[in-house]
Design a protein around this ligand. Structure first.
Ligand code: PHE
Length: 341
């Protein structure tokens, strides 16, 4: 064993370090030469065969060779690592100038949109929103609204009964009763939400939506009611449109009226939507029947009031010229996307 052996191994190690193609190969070479069980450790074992004088010189020479190799290793390692990072950056880099993939944003359903629009118009007259349960006691859906036991609206054909005393509400008018019982006049409230009727065709859904207003105050007249609806019609459908009341009947209002407005599509000239009449029906209204006040314990005639109700899908159909009410619950995106703005 001679000192030349050390420099031979050193040269060989330097060569294989430089030949490494990547950091793993380089590391393997480091283990091979400088590792715990590597060639240099093996070399040190030969020290035993050396003379007393040679031993320290040999040890020193091995250590110098190892130091040189370690420094070389670090240099090559940092070069290789840099190269590898550059390569990875090339492959994995993000090009921020590319156009992004588009994310489709959700938007309100047309029923929601129309509801919000109506609420906002009537809020300007001091009305604020109330909600109520979808399953109502008979008393709220019928009895307190002066709908007697034998009224045709209670017929199985119209009402979904939950049990003997509970129904899926058939209109939003029970919200009037909850308000009359729980709040003190003067009141200007809106009730809105889902209503259910056992009915389904091109203009009827078993589950649809209503919005209704109730005003309770002193000296309330049909003129106030008509002024309110006329304001609303012009704000919602367009200015210049006329409002017409036709005598009608609701058990909870007296007198009662069917409300028409001049057709927003043809402006009253006559078209297929208004069936050439120039008028289109938008809802019901009237002065609150004294029986309703009595049922809910409101002091009549000190307080008087009016109420009006609209079908929300119907309002949307008229405003946007939608041909079939069944499009609303279908959730066909081609239909819904037309109401994005
Ligand atoms: N509740 C009535 C209906 O569903 C509408 C209405 C509301 C009528 C308020 C008059 C007053 O047809």
């Amino acid at each position: 064993m001679s000192f030349t052996k050390i420099s031979e191994i050193q040269v060989e190690a330097e060569k294989s370090f430089r030949a490494a193609q990547n950091s793993q190969e380089l590391y393997d070479q480091k283990v091979k030469f400088l590792g715990k069980n590597g060639i240099f450790t093996e070399l040190m074992k030969h020290m035993a065969t050396l003379s007393k004088e040679e031993k320290p010189q040999f040890g020193q020479a091995v250590n110098i060779a190892k130091k040189i190799l370690e420094t070389l290793y670090e240099d090559i390692e940092s070069q290789i690592k840099n190269k590898e990072i550059q390569e990875r950056m090339l492959i994995e880099s993000v090009d921020f100038t590319l156009p992004s993939t588009s994310i489709e944003m959700g938007h309100p359903h047309p029923v929601q949109k129309v509801t919000e629009e109506i609420v906002q118009i009537l809020a300007r007259l001091g009305y604020s929103l109330r909600l109520g349960p979808l399953i109502e006691k008979d008393r709220y859906n019928f009895e307190a609204l002066n709908i007697p036991k034998d009224h045709p609206a209670r017929d199985m054909q119209d009402t979904f009964f939950v049990d003997k005393e509970h129904v899926l509400r058939t209109h939003t008018s029970p919200i009037q009763i909850h308000s009359l019982e729980g709040e003190t006049p003067p009141l200007r409230i809106l009730g809105t939400g889902s209503v259910f009727r056992c009915d389904s065709d091109i203009s009827h859904l078993p589950h649809f939506h209503q919005i209704e207003g109730m005003c309770v105050d002193r000296n309330v007249s049909m003129a106030d009611l008509k002024g309110t609806i006329s304001f609303f019609v012009q704000e919602f459908f367009g200015s210049g449109l006329k409002t017409r009341f036709r005598p009608s009947f609701f058990p909870f209002t007296e007198p009662s009226a069917e409300v028409d407005c001049s057709c927003p599509i043809c402006k009253g000239k006559g078209c297929s939507l208004c069936k050439n009449s120039g008028w289109i029906e938008i809802g019901g209204a009237g002065l609150i029947n004294p029986h309703v006040f009595k049922f809910s314990g409101v002091n009549y005639p000190h307080w008087q009031g009016f109420a009006f109700g609209f079908g929300i899908e119907r309002m949307a159909i008229i405003k946007y010229g939608i041909p079939d009410i069944r499009l609303f619950p279908e959730n066909d995106l081609r239909f819904l996307r037309q109401f994005v703005k």
